[in-house]
Design a protein around this ligand. Sequence first.
Ligand SMILES: [Zn+2]
Length: 644
Amino acid sequence: MIRYIIILFLLLIFTGKASCQDIYFDLEKLAIQESRQKVLLSNYTENASSGETDFIYQRMEWQIDPAVRYISGKVTSCYKPLSEVLDTVYLDLHQDLHVDSVTRNSQKIQYKHLHNKISIPITDIPGLEQVDSFSVYYHGVPPGSGFGSFETNVHGSLQTPVLWTLSEPYGAMEWWPCKQSLNDKIDSIDVIVTTPQQYRTASNGILVNDEINDNLRTVHWKHRHPIAAYLVAIAATDYVVYSDTLALDDERVIDILNYVYPENLEIASTQTPVTAEVMQFYNQLVDVYPFADEKYGHAQFGWGGGMEHQTMSFMGGFTFGLIAHELAHQWFGDYITTSSWQDIWLNEGFATYLNALAIENLKPNDWPGWKKSTVENIVKVTDGAVFVTDTSDVNRVFDYRLTYQKAAYILHMLRWVLGDENFFNGLRNYYHDPEIANDFATTAQLQKHMEEAGDTSLQEFFNDWYYGEGYPVYALNYWQPSENELRISLSQSTTHPSVGFFEMPVPVRLYNSDRTQTLDLRLNQVQNNQTFTVNPGFQVSFVELDPDYWLLSKTDHIVNVPEISDDNTFSVYPNPASTKLYFSCSANRNVKAMAIFDVTGKMFLHLEQKKGEIDISYLPSGTYLFRVEFEDGLVSQKFIVQKD
Ligand SMILES: [Zn+2]
């Protein structure tokens, strides 16, 4: 899912000043401000017994009219008991909807509808692995919560009614009896919707029937892949329909079915064809589109943004970014679904990063700008974890900076840490893991695949970047005793106390004076104030830290510190020192001043003194420079302070 405000988007386009990247960035920011204005709290509580049944099939038969906010219908559920002591089957259904009856084997049976749950006592429980079924007949006016789980509106100059659903995260139960918990996908569904005949209804899977009787149109969509309840959706209006297609190497053709508003047909038909190009890219990057035997589709709706309903994303518009984001969710979000709203980044971080990879590969000119604006927006705030601790706050679950941007950057940094080959292997292994494919995934499972692919532990990485908050602020000092020897001292502070130190390889680029020679370094920082010695082979005049935006970080300063002498012009001792330092130099040298700096360039002491004892008890452990100003110039030496 991704949300934004279309009106502001258009406004920004017509001002014509901002680049595409700026527009994308600004509207996301505005969307965040907008969403802050209403507090979205969930009243959904999971069934204690949701693990006792395995829903294998649901058949929905709905009657709707886009001009009226109302639904009536019959939902038949087939399940297998997973527990021998099962005595009650539960469905989630909001209290505002009225249950007319529940039937089993064509007989009306007892049920209760309390606290947004239908409980159906089962006295003659079928054996384990045997299929049982019942049907719920219901009707009512769905309540509105979350992002508007069941909405009606109008579009176009004719004010044509449109109705759509958007259940993520807790809204499925607000319009149909379902099992909303993130632990049991429905293995297969049929969606049969009847509307006044002028409307078409879009939904999951393939359209197997479309007929008109007595001025009513009934469409039948069939979907034969496991699907989470929140990804079941319908949208109905006077859609016009056209297809784009993608031909695969094995001669299969994937139908990309577009349901758009008639007034939008002309522009949409120029915007949607890129979907095939992006799908081809994801097919190669991960695996062939998981629902290739059915279809992929877009249905236009009146919400600002998009929602990745399985095989039929609902779209507020057809920008490259929105198309790429919602399409990516079919792999990450739909085929593999987060097993908890705490781990929502497994949906949104992945869709955001796949969209970014599509930019990197298909629109490379926009790639540096995407990275720059994303990093800048994340580090604007010095705290915030990607892991969601309060899942009742829907605004936090879908916080754009954390759940989308920082989450995508965790993946980008994993790629940097592991290298491209290992990272993309880990990504594909995670996708193909039989325990999570077509099912639900946890962050621990992703971590395991990335660790195996990189043959390394990532516990520290996940502690710092996923559960921890903030980012490192780097300070880099360098000096070059000779062309073949460059010394770099790297220190960092962190912006949030939850992480004391970010153990990361730090990319550094060296340039000569006219920038015709460069050298890229990967400084594996494992402790603070670490010093690295490299051979650049040229005189270094400029140094850049993370020029390609691999990291979430800021740079405090990069300083060329005074040269260090090895010529024994003077000496300071002992080295390492603890509380006192002694200075001496040859009698024929005239000392003007002495100073002590730390590796960030901060001066601790400045005195005019020729020799003697210097109190350094106030200096914390670390590496320092002792600089002496002689009449003929500056000479520095490094010394170490080591406290017990
Ligand atoms: Zn999304």
